[in-house]
Design a protein around this ligand. Sequence first.
Ligand code: GCO
Ligand code: MG
Length: 405
Amino acid sequence: MKISDAQVIITSPGRNFVTLMVTTDDGVTGLGDATVNGRELAVASYLRDHVAPLLIGRDPHRIEDTWQYLYKGAYWRRGPVTMAAIAAVDMALWDIKGKVAGLPVYQLLGGASRDGVLVYCHASGSDIPELFDSVERHLELGYRAVRIQSAVPGLGKIYGAGPGVSSGRYEPAGRGAAPSEETWDTGAYLRHIPGVFEKVRERFGPDLPLLHDAHHRLTPIQAARLGRDLEPYDLFWLEDVTPAEDQEALRLVRQHTTTPLAIGEVFNSIFDCERLIRERLIDYIRVAAVHAGGITHLKRIFALAELYGVKSGSHGPTDVSPVTMAAATHLDLAIPNFGIQEHMRHEPLVDEVFPHAYRFDDGYLHPGDEPGLGVRIDTERAARYPYEPAYLPVNRLADGTVHDW
Ligand code: GCO
Ligand code: MG
């Protein structure tokens, strides 16, 4: 069996997705996600111009060898563009292997270690009543763990929460020729958030697992203070407190708080989180299959994490395609150290372009039992939604300084 074709499909059913479709000479197809939010065409070119020609004629069953060939063979290693391109090839080859074997990918990964994959949803509001409504709506849908984001008085719209943002549907941030800009004030944020959690705990009780994302906006000592201030509200995790490239920052945070820490959605490789895991500076590693080298590389990261008692918490926002959600769900079901899975619902239009076997039921996702990853792409529908430039917002302080987020 040989790979005979590799096509890049760009579609924008409400937001942009880059998909690799690999076809074998037997007519088996596999799908991989290559979407890097706001930088989509860079990965599309990497795949089209530099990777697709190398795939033709290769044995699709040699997943590990292909991964090493693309990673070591390029000489230029790591980074979101390279690793998303490798991830797309990797997912497509796992998909093909599953289809040829007649087995869902989780069976190839060792079989189910649990009955379903616990997920958390996004609740947010511009004030407390709006936030409560958002939490209630998600509980009615069956969610058993909720990420809480809130607007901050005095600040305008901030990413993930704010006036006009309802029920976590804040993506995409802006479609147009340039990113929108937001204004940030860490002091106002640190003063406001603990009170929000106090009210959420009063209203929803002590048992509901609550999460919060600080979007890399804090210094280590500010993050330590937030972790400490949130201790009475017993968070499941506090996410991305400091800029992710500074692994050492988490040590200081760790020394000051018992609030569990999660990080990793912008990591691309095991080398980005090796120290965090080995030195037990985090509790959850949040890598995404698409941005960190696919199923093959995530397996490796989660296996390292298992040795140190760190659990998985894969990134699953609406800017990764259903192909990544499927890859994550197969892994989540199989690995021993699964923690939780992020689940932001895609718009119905996205699910129409990418019909999928994974399903949400009563707070859990299950990848389904279709051979392979269990996701298809309706290429005719996909073609109806051409690429549109879209960016994530840029964050500035009141004096105009560009700030982390
Ligand atoms: C999350 C994330 C997302 C990212 C987005 C960037 O925890 O879901 O922080 O909202 O900001 O994926 O493209
Ligand atoms: Mg996040």
